[in-house]
Design a protein around this ligand. Structure first.
Ligand code: KG4
Ligand code: ZN
Length: 346
């Protein structure tokens, strides 16, 4: 009876995301329609330091969170009263950053008496795919490639995941960021490598494609990162010219070859007909091009979010919160930030 009532009425989620360096809030209707998507990015501040400084990130979140929520409600042309549920990222991420969003969400839920839902950040990334693909539904395979995670995940049902592989060391986005720093492109590295790769030769340098023995769906990117550093050091010692665009393009190809290979093998082995990529690296143009081609020749439908829904945002958290709400996974007043939260854990 309760579930039927929920379906008859529109459910509006106010979602808050503050796990890293973006303070974001969004209003999402019925888990698919984005009524607003407000983001206050800290990239300009952290660029000065070459990466995210956690203490600064927390302080910026606390300054910006109310303004971002106000904007999300205003853009959606609603007030807090219209909201049915408050959703918030509670892990994984930087603890100080997560605590700002969690405290804010708890305060709003307490003051308004609305239900509170805690969302796993990676679940949000995966669910970003529902926003622009109304027909997408589980089961499907997802490749999550962000700054902190590289996971191959069976999406068995809404909110039900099985991890079949993950990185043993660096995440894909982390490798992009570290290599970008080494070749002088600065922070954030992924978009910069993506851009400059377009004018480089991906076959110029043969970097390794790492495979983990005995674990066909696990990843390892630290060897590749070292290979790029070695290449640069040796070129400098020999006083050879370093063509940054070629290094970037060859590195990007080495990462994407491995991502495409493993994702397609997993689709074939487990019989998935749909592959959805997610996370900041999912906006990489080289990855999308290679994945599209491989999916086509393997008869797999390829799904990916627009760049704005790949990198951190609150709309994806609102989508995930809606499904947690339908599953009646409500959070109590003891909801806390869980910096190392695993996917599938509560
Ligand atoms: O998902 P995300 O916004 O935050 C985390 O949850 O980590 O991912 C950020 C990561 C960064 O490492 C960034 O360099 C990478 O995604 N990234 C990209 C691109 N855009 C963002 N990597 C490759 N190509 C891109 N176009
Ligand atoms: Zn993220």
């Amino acid at each position: 009876m309760k579930k039927i009532e929920k379906k008859e009425k529109d459910i509006l989620v106010l979602a808050i995301e503050s796990s890293c360096d973006e303070t974001a809030a969004s209003v999402v209707r019925n888990g698919r329609e984005i009524m607003s998507n407000a983001i206050s990015s800290q990239i300009a501040i952290h660029t000065k330091y070459g990466g995210v400084v956690p203490e600064i990130a927390s302080r910026k979140h606390i300054e910006n969170v109310n303004g971002v929520i106000e904007k999300a409600l205003k853009d959606a042309k609603i007030t807090l009263e219209d909201i049915d549920v408050i959703g918030v990222t509670y892990g994984p991420g930087l603890s100080g950053s997560l605590l700002v969003g969690v405290s804010e969400a708890k305060a709003i839920a307490f003051a308004t008496g609305k239900p509170l839902v805690g969302v796993h950040h990676i679940e949000g990334h995966i669910m970003a795919n529902f926003i622009e693909h109304p027909d997408l539904k589980p089961p499907f395979l997802s490749l999550v490639v962000s700054g902190g995670h590289t996971h191959l995940v069976k999406v068995v049902d809404y909110g039900k995941y099985e991890i079949i592989g993950k990185t043993r060391d660096d995440a894909a986005g982390e490798a992009f960021d570290k290599v970008a720093r080494a070749i002088g492109l600065g922070y954030p590295g992924g978009p910069k490598i993506d851009k400059i790769s377009k004018s480089g030769d991906a076959k110029a340098i043969e970097f390794p494609r790492a495979h983990v023995s005995g674990a066909p769906y696990d990843f390892s990117f630290s060897g590749l990162k070292s290979a790029v550093l070695n290449y640069i050091n040796s070129a400098k010692m020999k006083e050879e010219e370093i063509v940054v665009a070629d290094v970037a393009a060859s590195f990007q190809k080495a990462v994407t070859d491995v991502l495409v290979d493993k994702a397609i093998n997993a689709c074939n082995e487990f019989g998935f007909k749909t592959l959805a990529i997610a996370g900041g690296v999912a906006s990489n143009s080289g990855l999308k091009k290679a994945m599209r081609k491989a999916c086509k020749s393997n008869n797999v439908e390829f799904v990916f979010p627009s760049p704005i829904y790949c990198t951190d945002n609150a709309a994806m958290i609102g989508v995930a919160a809606y499904h947690e709400y339908l599953n009646e996974n409500f959070a109590g007043w003891n909801l806390n930030a869980v910096p190392a939260l695993k996917l599938g854990e509560r």
